[in-house]
Design a protein around this ligand. Structure first.
Ligand SMILES: [Fe+2]
Ligand SMILES: [Fe+2]
Length: 394
């Protein structure tokens, strides 16, 4: 899963009522400008447990109950076509394959080398790498999200349906991502691990609402988008690590990126199948998801200090070219092509409107982005607790 810059791209949602959704974060944001970071933490200490949260209208169970049958009937298909994209554990890489070996004589030497190499990487690179790692570490939230989906959820925690087997094994594969990045960052000595650990705890406590409405059509469109977004962002942190001469870190990020690519293949295949069975329902779900925007999994990120932490992290990712508004448009364009949305036939009038909307959206997003880029932005430096309060340009 990945980060975002959806603040730049805004489309009205047809599902939300006209009153403005409450946003508790913006009221907290208002206070932040008057408070110093340490007094902010002291203030949080006095509060009852209260992580950042989002309050908006939450639509539930939007898929017609009879469509649950579609997913039941796809059990055998999923076994043959989706579970094959999982790797047997014995063939999987593990974080330890890329880290200094604690039982080896050369352990201290390997750690020293890792730390020397990491000195070549600038602070802004670390902001993005830490944000990516924190996003991966909130994995309990993503497994929960998959298990909100009607017709495919793991009903028992050890269900033997193909959907449930996939979700657990996917989670198990993903679990190595945060683990590996976390251990690398710990050993590098470049970042404030306690602040990072606090951010992870806050984020898991906050959860997320991807607006997938217990609806597996929306859920699998969301995951298709997200897996590709993470494939792109980890690919870019790999490329940049290589440019800075840290080959080990480049290998780490590149290996994670290739997992994301494999997961993208599986999720896009599910949606491809839905387009085949129910083109009208699927194209409307795609339009619906894009109107609401693909909210990013870590958008409620908070470290106890910075009320705009996610926006600041996203701004650095955008500036470094790790994940940008252009990528958001490119992902949509890729998916529209992957699912042959332009060529869908036999649609209802509403289906055709949805088709026109999604096919015309990537250029619209690009135009909005160019307009946003055109406006002279005030460059500012923001302190990141993850970097012991050192400032980074956003
Ligand atoms: Fe992923
Ligand atoms: Fe991941």
């Amino acid at each position: 899963m990945a980060l975002s810059l959806n603040s730049m791209i805004s489309f009205p949602s047809h599902k939300l009522p006209s009153h403005k959704p409450l946003n508790l974060r913006s009221s907290r944001l208002f206070m932040a400008s008057t408070l110093h970071s340490t007094s902010k933490e002291a203030e949080n200490l006095k509060k009852p447990y209260c992580p950042p949260r989002e309050v908006h209208v939450q639509v539930t169970h939007s898929m017609a109950p009879q469509k649950i049958e579609i997913f039941k009937s796809l059990e055998g298909w999923a076994e043959e076509n989706i579970l094959v994209h999982l790797k047997p554990v014995e063939k999987c890489w593990q974080p330890q394959d890329f880290l200094p070996d604690p039982k080896s004589e050369g352990f201290y030497e390997q750690v020293k080398e890792l730390r020397e190499k990491s000195k070549e990487l600038p602070d802004d690179y670390f902001v993005v790498l830490v944000g990516d790692m924190i996003t991966e570490e909130a994995l309990p939230t993503y497994q929960t999200m998959l298990n909100t989906l009607d017709g495919v959820r793991d009903e028992t925690g050890a269900s033997l349906t193909s959907w449930a087997v996939w979700t657990r094994a996917w989670t198990a594969e993903e679990n190595r991502h945060g683990d590996l990045l976390n251990k690398y960052l710990y050993l590098s000595g470049r970042v404030d691990m306690k602040q990072i650990e606090k951010t992870i705890q806050y984020l898991i406590g906050s959860g997320m609402d991807p607006k997938t409405e217990n609806n597996p059509y929306l859920g699998f469109i969301y995951t298709s988008f997200q897996e590709r977004a993470t494939f792109i962002s980890h690919g870019n942190t790999a490329r940049q690590a290589k440019e800075y001469g840290d080959m080990k870190l480049a290998q780490i990020c590149g290996t994670i990126a290739s997992d994301e690519k494999r997961h993208e293949t599986a999720y896009t295949k599910i949606v491809e199948k839905l387009f085949e069975i129910d083109p009208d329902g699927t194209v409307m779900a795609l339009a619906d998801m894009m109107k609401k925007k693909v909210s990013m999994p870590a958008h409620l990120m908070y470290d106890g200090r910075d009320d705009n932490l996610f926006e600041h992290f996203s701004a650095v990712a955008q500036r470094l070219g790790v994940y940008t508004a252009r990528d958001y448009a490119a992902i949509l364009e890729f998916l529209v092509g992957r699912w042959d949305v332009e060529k869908l036939g036999g649609l209802s009038a509403e289906g055709r409107r949805a088709q026109d909307f999604v096919c015309g959206l990537p250029p619209r997003i690009r135009r909005l982005e160019e307009r946003a880029q055109g406006k002279a932005k005030q460059a500012s430096a923001v302190p990141f607790s993850w970097l012991f309060g050192r400032e980074v340009m956003v």
